[in-house]
Design a protein around this ligand. Structure first.
Ligand code: NAD
Length: 295
């Protein structure tokens, strides 16, 4: 079994690390938040003194952090602690340029590397059913695949360095746009006297079917597990969706790709977060849209 370093033990990282422990790996973890370390320790993660310590002598290091600059900084500190041929995997959702910078840091130290962001949320991280979208060399993919298979169910090799984050950013632009569309449809349906359940029963079996409707349904009732049934406690926080949509717009600007609805969704999530949406599930955007309706 491999020695794994796991850095970033938050909502996603902690359950992912716990699944690696369950599979029999020796997992040395670190998070700057002491409370996160304590939670992970309860699941068998050995807590290290710092980032370098968590990585020291590891076969594979996984990072699960919030921002591209943090990932590059952590990888820069971790790389000298690894033997040539060891593998670094970043599973955070970050911009493609930072992902490529992180790959370059690893390559300079003679390490293999993957960007491997995930889809599936905290539920998928806990159940070990995440989808991984992976960028990097065939050799790095072959080395990382068995560990990713412990934490996820579908592992898609999307291409070279940065391709995993590119796929994730495009996927989440679909999710952000579709959550807004589903929210608007429920608000419109209600204004026409249509019950939530009736609209759900039709759209979930018709051409309006999508993940934002059938898994993260923004109104309480039709999908008992959705955040709408727990007053929009996340789940997937609105500020993370705003970040992902911002990434999509950064990419659209630098590549010249037209994404007019993505731009509108990005602007709406920014306004929602600024108006008090921070720490609220991204499905809570329906409340923000309702308030616009009342103005
Ligand atoms: P989180 O904020 O719960 O976890 C991030 C953790 O990183 C925090 O515990 C923080 O203390 C730690 N951290 C920050 N800087 C650090 C450093 N320098 N060294 C060590 N630890 C550090 O966020 P999350 O929900 O776990 O999301 C992590 C990533 O996964 C994000 O990029 C997010 O976009 C992505 N993601 C989240 C979800 C979701 O449903 N939450 C789903 C898919 C992808």
């Amino acid at each position: 079994m491999a020695k794994i370093g796991f850095i970033g033990l938050g909502n996603m990282g902690a359950p992912m690390a716990a699944n690696a422990v369950r599979a029999g790996h020796a997992v040395h973890g670190y998070d700057i938040a002491a409370a996160r370390c304590a939670e992970a320790a309860a699941h068998g993660v050995e807590i290290a003194a710092d980032v370098g310590d968590a990585a020291s002598g590891a076969d594979i290091v996984v990072t699960m952090l919030n921002a591209g600059a943090t990932v590059v900084d952590v990888w820069t500190r971790v790389a000298p602690r690894l033997a040539p041929g060891a593998l670094m995997i970043d599973s955070s959702t970050i911009d493609v340029d930072s992902a490529r910078r992180a790959h370059a840091v690893a390559a300079e130290a003679g390490l293999l590397s993957l960007d491997a962001p995930v889809s599936g949320g905290v539920e998928g991280a806990t159940a070990g059913t995440l989808t991984f979208m992976v960028g990097g060399s065939d050799e790095a993919f072959a080395k990382g695949q068995p560990l990713l298979a412990v934490m996820g169910r579908r592992i898609v090799h999307c291409g070279g360095a940065g391709a995993g984050d590119a796929a994730k950013i495009c996927n989440n632009m679909i999710l952000g746009v579709s959550m807004i569309a589903v929210s608007e449809a429920f608000i419109l349906g209600e204004s026409l006297g249509l019950s939530r359940q009736a609209l759900f029963d039709v759209a979930s079996n018709a051409s309006g079917q999508c993940y934002a409707l059938t898994t993260h349904c923004p109104v309480p009732g039709p999908v008992p597990g959705s955040a709408a049934n727990r007053d929009y406690r996340p789940g997937f926080a609105a500020e993370l969706m705003a970040k992902d949509l911002r990434l999509s717009q950064d990419c659209a600007r630098s590549s010249g790709a037209p994404t007019p609805i993505g731009a509108a969704a990005s602007a709406l999530y920014e306004r929602f977060v600024d108006a008090g949406g921070r720490g609220v599930d991204y499905a809570g955007v329906i409340r923000f849209i309702r308030e616009m309706e009342e103005q």
